[in-house]
Ligand binder design. Structure first.
Ligand code: KMH
Ligand code: ZN
Length: 303
């Protein structure tokens, strides 16, 4: 099979707040609708968080996930990827509840503890403005995203070993690749390994081409041909670094979790618009996209 590019779309996340964009999906129906449209546009993996249906506050509640997961599964063949990163005010037990219960083909696994800077609020853009947002953004100044070695072990055991879920290993810095290699050495992680290089989060590696090249060189050294990579560039770095990933032999993640814009100064009307935009780039590079089943084969998913 010639190389196919896997597009992941991260639909809502837990970083952006509803007032930042009226197009950020918040209710279960909105999340389902935008996820289905993103899959129809060519995303083969859907990375999913949940939000409180009334306030838009990030939620770990499996019951909320169950209000949109069945709809997405009924309407698409996309790979479901449930976040275990959760959100700022969740502990790791909360963060893994939904993925434990839903036993998806894929879940995220964040490979280290770090300071995690959220993005500044752009106030006054929508009716979805809620009282919790100013405090949420203020407290993010001291947000330590906790992913200890034992947290990682717990997720590998309770999701991976117990349920056959495989992982999007989110690596925000070079050291996270060495942590990943440590778990591979211990036999707790087996290939094919799917690494999401995350660039441009404040507290992680900066978003520039040289850093991406360094991450890839390091992963080549540590994992040889046992891995696939994808790139998530935060904010305005999404499309440039995604395009660079594709040109370097990698895959791409887009979605409103990572960037609210479709181009400078213009909010993305939905997630599907970002999928279509990266598809145009891939087309221009004569690269084909992977279907969900092709993504399953490439990443060794349980299907
Ligand atoms: N929000 C992204 C920078 C997760 O859900 O596990 C990383 C992320 C974390 O997607
Ligand atoms: Zn996420």
């Amino acid at each position: 099979m010639s190389r196919k590019v896997i597009i992941t779309c991260a639909i809502t996340g837990s970083v952006h707040t509803p007032s930042m964009s009226p197009h950020l999906p918040v209710t279960p129906d909105e999340i389902a609708r935008q996820a289905i449209d993103a899959a129809d546009a060519g995303a083969s993996i859907l990375h999913l968080h949940a939000r409180d249906p009334k306030t838009g506050y990030p939620s770990p509640d499996p019951d909320v996930f169950m209000q949109f997961l069945p709809k997405i599964k009924a309407a698409t063949n996309a790979v479901i990827n449930i976040s275990t990163g959760g959100g700022m005010n969740m502990n790791v037990r909360d963060r893994i509840r939904a993925a434990r219960e839903a036993a998806p083909e894929m879940a995220s696994l964040n490979m280290g503890t770090m300071n995690f800077g959220l993005f500044p609020a752009l106030a006054g853009r929508s009716d979805w403005k809620h009282d919790w947002e100013p405090e949420f953004l203020e407290s993010s100044r001291d947000f330590v995203f906790k992913n200890t070695f034992s947290d990682i072990e717990t997720i590998l055991a309770e999701l991976g070993e117990a349920n056959g879920t495989r992982f999007e290993f989110e690596c925000y810095d070079v050291g996270h690749l060495y942590t990943l290699a440590h778990f591979v050495d211990r036999g707790l992680i087996k290939g094919p390994i799917f690494i999401q290089f995350v660039l441009g989060v404040l507290g992680g590696i900066g978003a520039d081409p040289d850093n991406l090249a360094h991450l890839k060189r390091t992963a080549d050294k540590l994992f040889g041909d046992q891995y696939q990579f994808s790139v998530l560039g935060a904010g305005r770095h999404q499309m440039p670094l995604g395009s660079m990933s594709a040109a370097m032999g990698g895959n791409v993640r887009v979605g409103l979790e990572d960037n609210l814009y479709i181009k400078k100064g213009e909010l993305a009307p939905d997630n599907a618009s970002q999928v279509r935009k990266i598809r145009e780039v891939l087309d221009g590079l004569s690269l084909e996209i992977a279907t969900p089943d092709e993504a399953r084969a490439i990443l060794g998913l349980k299907g």
